[in-house]
Each structure stands twice: as C-alpha cells, then as structure tokens.
Design a protein around this ligand. Sequence first.
Ligand code: SF4
Ligand code: SF4
Length: 107
Amino acid sequence: MDKLLDIYKKIPDSVCKKNCFECCTNSIQFTKSEEKAMGGYSFDGKCSHLIDGKCTVYECRPFVCRIYGSSELFKCENCVPERYLTPEETDRLVNEYVSIKRQEELS
Ligand code: SF4
Ligand code: SF4
C-alpha cells in the first residue's frame, strides 16, 4: 500500500461540483489492496460506497477515483483541480499503478 500512497500523493487535489457523483455510477478498477482498504466493493448501477450522494471511503478511494478530473487525459467538466497532470505525468503514474496492480495479482 505504501507504493500506492506515493502515487496518490502525486495526484493534484480537485474539488468536485457540489452534489455531483456522476463518476461513481460507473464500475471501477482497483488493486487487491485498494479493495481491502475500501472494505470490499460491489456495483449495482452505482458504487456500494456511494451513500446519500457521498463517497463514504473518500480517504481510501482507489487510484482511478483520484486521477479522474485531475489529468488532461481524464478531464471532468465539473471538477476544478489544483492543476492538471500532463499526459506524460499521467502515463508515468498509470504505468506505475499498473505495475503495482500486476505485482499484487502475482503475490
Ligand atoms: S469527478 Fe467529476 S463526475 Fe466525478 S464526482 Fe467529481 S465532479 Fe462529479
Ligand atoms: S470509491 Fe468513492 S469516489 Fe470511488 S466510485 Fe466509490 S463512491 Fe465514488
């Protein structure tokens, strides 16, 4: 999880439009340790952690929930990030993330 936390720190914070939870109505990908950190996951048209329109695991939400809206490659028109990650920065983080995901799957 430490390596994932290092990746998370490199993602600029963003502020979502009030009461928006549109992206939480898509199923998401995560690593084994991210699933554990969230306390499991299920999807029935929305994320099981979306309750009353709020993410109840915000502090331990997975990579994909963090990077969406904070990258030039994954822009959300309803989000205001501190800054956008460039495509090169995004590729680097995604590659690091995929590598960790693979390692977890093999362990
Ligand atoms: S990232 Fe965008 S779509 Fe998702 S909750 Fe925030 S504002 Fe809404
Ligand atoms: S973990 Fe949180 S931010 Fe991510 S899809 Fe679920 S409710 Fe939305």
